[in-house]
Design a binder for this molecule. Structure first.
Ligand code: DAH
Length: 354
């Protein structure tokens, strides 16, 4: 038996032995994949003496078509068998009472933080934390927002009585304090996200005095704007489960980043649909960590660079799930929670493998 007949034989036997789609896929890759045996034969054609190459080439190509047909036929058979098995196993007794209402569900905020952690986790980020009660140094000064800076007033800060280390206390107005905590406590290089509660004295349909943000900071040698862009584009496409989502970086200003950029995604202003229509929606703030912020935390900005970003958790949850009003997030109304909550076992609605 020549080598081509032997390969056909062996493939037939392996396919017959593959009893599920996983095993089937291993056979498929082993034969037709980039390093598969048939692919090897095709690659080796260049070494065949010229006078035999034509005949050998035709034979190998014929074999490739045959093997592709065999592989496909086995897949169809396995899928049909799997469906049969499910149909036989999943029987519903319509005389039984309806199933009990589940006792609880995952809140959309928890769920969104879980999804962010999963996506950034796959990019090598760990999760950091900081206190909700923070010194005004961590919340503002160390982030290059000095006492007279208008950003302090813009943040509608809740000031608290008392001090820590002689510094006045605030309820943190953003998760950016975790940038400072991370810079002070971790040796670079690092990649950290920090989801958590934030507070501002503001209350209407789109603002709550307590809300959530997710911060991110990456510090390493030779970090550039390209890293920031790649990271955030990948995150947004994964989170909104749209591999082609349009993303735009727009020059902006934050005291703690230079340059700073706001990031917009494509959406339809009329329908609210993400990714459709010709409009842009601002979704997060970002930039290269300001050299002064690094220096405030004892790092040499000529040696270390980084990027940072911050986004509203409720905001991206509302956009993804079509939730119109912010207030019910905190009202514990069971009807809302049952409608917008998630089953603990529901698969994540993310785009994986970007
Ligand atoms: N802290 C900003 C806010 O509360 C958001 C933000 C913007 C965070 C840019 C960042 C950043 O890390 O780089 O609105």
């Amino acid at each position: 038996m020549d080598d081509l007949a032997a390969l056909k034989h062996a493939t037939e036997a392996a396919l017959a032995a593959a009893s599920d789609l996983r095993a089937w896929d291993a056979v498929r890759v082993g034969v037709l994949g980039k390093n598969g045996s048939l692919t090897g034969l095709l690659k080796a054609l260049g070494q065949v003496p010229a006078e035999q190459r034509r005949e050998r080439g035709a034979a190998v190509n014929r074999l490739r078509d045959e093997l592709a047909d065999l592989v496909e036929a086995r897949r169809a058979a396995l899928e049909a068998a799997a469906l049969e098995a499910r149909l036989a196993a999943e029987r519903a007794d319509v005389t039984l009472p309806p199933p009990a209402i589940p006792a609880g569900s995952i809140h959309p905020i928890s769920r969104t933080i879980e999804e962010m952690t999963a996506i950034f986790g796959a990019m090598g980020f760990t999760v950091g934390e900081g206190p909700d009660i923070e010194t005004d140094w961590h919340n503002f000064s160390a982030l290059n927002i000095p006492g007279h800076h208008p950003a302090r007033a813009d943040h509608d800060t809740f000031y608290l009585p008392g001090t820590r280390d002689g510094r006045p206390l605030v309820l943190r107005t953003h998760t950016s304090n975790v940038q400072i905590i991370t810079l002070l406590t971790q040796e670079p290089p690092f990649r950290v996200i920090a989801p958590g509660r934030t507070y501002r004295a503001d209350h209407d349909a789109t603002h709550s005095p307590m809300f959530h943000q997710c911060e991110g900071i990456v510090v390493d040698r030779d970090i550039t704007l390209a890293h920031l862009k790649g990271c955030l584009v990948d995150f947004l496409r994964a989170y909104f489960a749209q591999p082609d989502l349009k993303v735009r970086f727009r020059a902006s200003y934050f005291p703690f980043t230079e340059p700073s950029m706001e990031v917009d995604i494509g959406w339809n202003r009329r329908t609210g649909e993400i990714g459709a229509g010709g409009d842009w929606l601002e979704i997060l703030g970002s930039g290269m960590v300001h050299p002064r912020v690094l220096a405030n935390c004892g790092l040499d900005p000529r040696e270390w660079q980084g990027f940072a970003f911050g986004m509203g958790v409720e905001r991206v949850a509302m956009l993804k799930h079509g939730i119109a009003d912010l207030r019910p997030f905190y009202e514990s109304d069971l009807r809302w929670l049952r409608h917008y909550g998630f089953s603990a076992l529901a698969p994540a609605m993310l785009h994986e493998g970007l």
